[in-house]
Ligand binder design. Structure first.
Ligand SMILES: C[S@@+](CC[C@H](N)C(=O)[O-])C[C@H]1O[C@@H](n2cnc3c(N)ncnc32)[C@H](O)[C@@H]1O
Length: 271
């Protein structure tokens, strides 16, 4: 059964504000894979578990049509509110039951979402809708994020580790499963032509405000907020001020280097 974790409007608006677009390196890797395995034309890309559309919008530059699908109405509502992408549409629905004919999709993506799917039903459906030589690209990032700022050394990372420990009891087993970098899902894909890249390091600059906003988007933070609103709010306030103290800055606009490790499963349906 699909877990309903992203249903609240407030959570979706945090998503729209604080989740990142996929890095350029990863986009290039996926498009090169599709070009090599299937080639053009690039007619239809479907972004599963699209959330508020961060991975759907960049695909519009490369495909005639892009469809984002998410089980959460509030995520889809937020995604639809972003104007300017005439070849992009969204539908509320599940990755396990796709509204496309057999052999009709060039590329199926899922960004930080495939760990939520029912693996067996999703793979069956992906196999049905992909064109021959059509590709799957499932990616996300592990929880080993690191922060660097001048001479702070590991102190910022220690703060982040403490936050992770507090959120651990609120973490869904599906999210813990994502930390295996989709290994089980990868093993279950029946296509002989497949690969799993375990570490794609990406560094970006994020303001303290955005780091905290990103933590707020985590399903485990939202679960903590539901269980104990006052403790969850205090955790964010304390974490913000601890980071500022370590960095010796007064503004939450000050930026840190934020390093994440992406992973990616690529697979190509046989002829
Ligand atoms: C962690 S969010 C990622 C959203 C977006 N792809 C991103 O990168 O920001 C996971 C999304 O998957 C959706 N989801 C979970 N299970 C799903 C399923 N079985 N079918 C479709 N969407 C699903 C959730 O509603 C949520 O929006």
């Amino acid at each position: 059964m699909t877990e309903r974790m992203f249903e609240e409007k407030q959570h979706s608006s945090l998503y729209q504000k604080y989740r990142f677009d996929p890095p350029d390196e990863l986009k290039a890797l996926i498009l090169q894979y599709l070009d090599k395995k299937k080639g053009k034309p690039h007619q239809l890309a479907v972004d599963l578990g699209c959330g508020t559309g961060q991975n759907s919008r960049p695909l519009t530059a490369y495909f005639e049509q892009v469809v984002g699908i998410d089980v959460s109405e509030s995520q889809v509502e937020q995604a639809r509110a972003v104007p300017g992408f005439p070849n992009l549409s969204y539908r509320v629905g599940t990755a396990e039951e796709l509204p496309f004919p057999d052999d009709s999709v060039d590329l199926l993506t899922a960004a930080s979402a495939a760990h939520w799917f029912n693996a067996e039903r999703f793979i069956k459906e992906a196999t049905r809708v992909l064109k021959p030589r059509g590709c799957l690209a499932l990616f996300g990032y592990g929880d080993s994020m690191k922060m660097h700022y001048e001479s702070c050394g590991d102190r910022l990372n220690n703060i982040y580790e403490e936050v992770k420990q507090i959120l651990l009891p609120y973490t869904s087993s599906k999210v813990t499963g994502a930390n295996s970098k989709l290994n089980d899902l990868f093993e279950a894909i029946p296509f002989p032509d497949k690969e799993r890249i375990e570490i794609i390091p990406i560094k970006q600059q994020l303001s303290i405000k955005n780091v905290i906003g990103f933590v707020q988007t985590f399903s485990m933070y939202q679960a903590y907020l539901r269980a104990d609103p006052s403790a969850a709010t205090t955790l964010l306030e304390r974490t913000t001020s601890r980071i500022q103290e370590e960095m010796k800055v007064s503004s939450t606009e000050a930026k840190v280097d934020f390093i994440m490790e992406y992973f990616c499963v690529l697979a190509c349906k046989p002829e």
